[in-house]
Design a protein around this ligand. Structure first.
Ligand SMILES: Nc1ncnc2c1ncn2[C@@H]1O[C@H](COP(=O)(O)OP(=O)(O)OP(=O)(O)O)[C@@H](O)[C@H]1O
Ligand SMILES: [Mg+2]
Ligand SMILES: [Zn+2]
Length: 451
């Protein structure tokens, strides 16, 4: 007698055991996939009737008119942007043969757009699941519809191929968004009513402002709170705790495009448009410190900023500012110094030079310390640095949220006391700039290039 094949083994089980296994299977399948769009166009997404699960809210439904080119979901973090992109793409593949999926990097394309909790492969309907070929960066749905994955780091690849629909996840954060956009539009089948869906938290950039102003754009904006029921409590607590009540929170939680503060020295664009990755090496690196000192309230932060120069360009490398004891800030500055193999410290010593320097030495600091005495007003001192930002010579190598908020929110005419992080940044850049000028003077090769 031969034993039944493994797949038929369940036939030998008792009816009760068979039923139990079937029930478990049904549960698993329904947990894994449930339709997103109910028939009610203004549904709030809460369960009703047969729709016993949370599903699409009205803000997650595509625009209802026919003339749109871009559906811009410009919403807070965790609002269901990626999920909306995914669901819309699955639905669109029933009609459209060629689709472009563009993410910030190829890792994001795979880890967020495809395999993430809201990704295309994770949320695929069982009867409409695409086949993924990583080597071809291609998805093929059972009906033959094809989507190609692109990385926003390679805008040129978007030139050529024609698409009917493109989904862009977090485009406001791509350094080369304008190049990608131009190439993408070039390849869209303009005659045949192409569509683009952009799902992103906002960032104040020219590309974003133009997109919002375009009459073919349909913008939707909701806050993180709208999707609270579907977020893990850990995620919700983390982002809300971090941003609620701050200016940046208006952008990160509420999806509001932050405009520049009237009278602030820095605009968002000056910082945003000049971000660059970390260079391989530097001519000089400075660790600048604005100590929370005796003349200031003890609640003040000590500003600690690391910046490096390469030729004419300046890079902001690290912001280690915070509330420290005197020994604490000296140690924090020292660890920055070693981490970046810095050339010198610059420390503001207006109030008690001896105290600042002796504190640093007592804390074991051995490197060179340049004393920064601020005779000029804070605004005057910051202006040349702002000028360098305007010329695109200063690059932030990461997003320094608090520092950048201070830069873009400090209005000198309203508060003469500049924020500590801004002060430290100004010291660092000014010092790097000084040395460069001196070196330039002493070097005949540089003299010749001055016309
Ligand atoms: N209408 C909905 N019903 C049920 N679950 C939803 C709904 N919208 C979103 N979700 C779920 O909420 C979670 C967050 O969604 P998603 O990842 O799409 O948000 P996001 O806005 O892209 O977030 P991030 O800002 O982190 O990129 C996911 O688990 C997603 O499946
Ligand atoms: Mg997302
Ligand atoms: Zn509904």
């Amino acid at each position: 007698m031969t034993s039944p094949p493994a797949t038929d083994a369940y036939r030998t089980w008792s009816p009760a055991a068979q039923e139990k296994a079937l029930q478990a299977l049904r549960e698993r399948t329904t947990k894994e996939w449930r339709p997103f769009y109910c028939p009610d166009p203004v549904c709030d997404g809460n369960p009703h009737g047969e729709w016993e699960w949370n599903h699409a809210r009205a803000d997650q439904r595509p625009p209802t008119d026919n003339d749109w080119l871009v559906w811009l979901l410009m919403s807070g973090r965790g609002t269901g942007k990626t999920r909306t992109g995914t669901e819309f793409v699955h639905r669109a593949t029933k009609k459209l043969p060629r689709i472009a999926l563009v993410a910030g990097t190829s890792t994001d394309a795979r880890e967020v757009m495809l395999e993430g909790e809201s990704g295309i492969l994770s949320i695929a309907p069982p009867d409409h699941r695409p086949f993924y070929e990583p080597s071809k960066k291609r998805l093929t749905w059972p009906n033959g519809s094809v989507a190609t994955l692109y990385s926003a780091e390679e805008p040129d690849r978007l030139r050529g191929p024609e698409h009917y629909l493109a989904w862009l996840d977090e485009p406001a954060h791509w350094p080369l968004v304008q190049e990608c956009w131009d190439n993408l539009l070039f390849g869209l089948r303009l005659g045949s009513r192409p569509r683009i869906i952009c799902t992103t938290t906002p960032k104040s950039r020219p590309w974003m402002k133009e997109l919002i102003a375009d009459s073919r754009t349909r913008k939707v904006s909701v806050s993180t709170y709208a999707n609270l029921a579907n977020l893990s409590p850990v995620f919700a607590e983390r982002v809300i705790g971090r941003y609620e009540g701050t200016r940046l929170g208006r952008q990160e939680l509420h999806g509001e495009l932050l405009t520049d503060v009237e009278g602030a020295l820095w605009s968002w664009e000056m910082i945003e448009e000049n971000r660059e990755p970390l260079p391989d090496s530097f001519d000089r690196v400075i660790v600048a410190i604005d100590p929370a000192g005796s003349a200031k309230k003890s609640a003040d932060e000590t500003g600690i900023i690391v910046a490096g120069s390469v030729g004419n360009e300046c890079y902001i490398l690290e912001d280690r500012s915070g509330h420290y004891s005197p020994h604490g800030w000296a140690k924090a500055a020292e660890s920055c110094y070693h981490r970046w193999d810095a050339d010198a410290y610059v420390a503001e010593v207006n109030f008690g030079a001896d105290m600042v320097i002796s504190n640093m030495r007592a804390s074991g600091i051995e490197g060179r310390i340049i004393e920064q005495r601020s005779a000029r007003g804070k605004e005057l001192r910051a202006e040349p640095v702002v000028g360098m930002y305007e010329q695109g010579k200063i690059h932030h190598t990461e997003t320094f949220e608090t520092l950048e908020a201070q830069q873009t929110e400090w209005v000198p005419s309203e508060s003469r006391n500049s924020p500590d992080r801004v002060d430290a940044l100004v010291f660092a850049v000014t010092e790097l700039q000084k040395r460069r000028q001196k070196a330039g003077m002493a070097n005949p090769a540089n003299l010749r290039s001055v016309s």
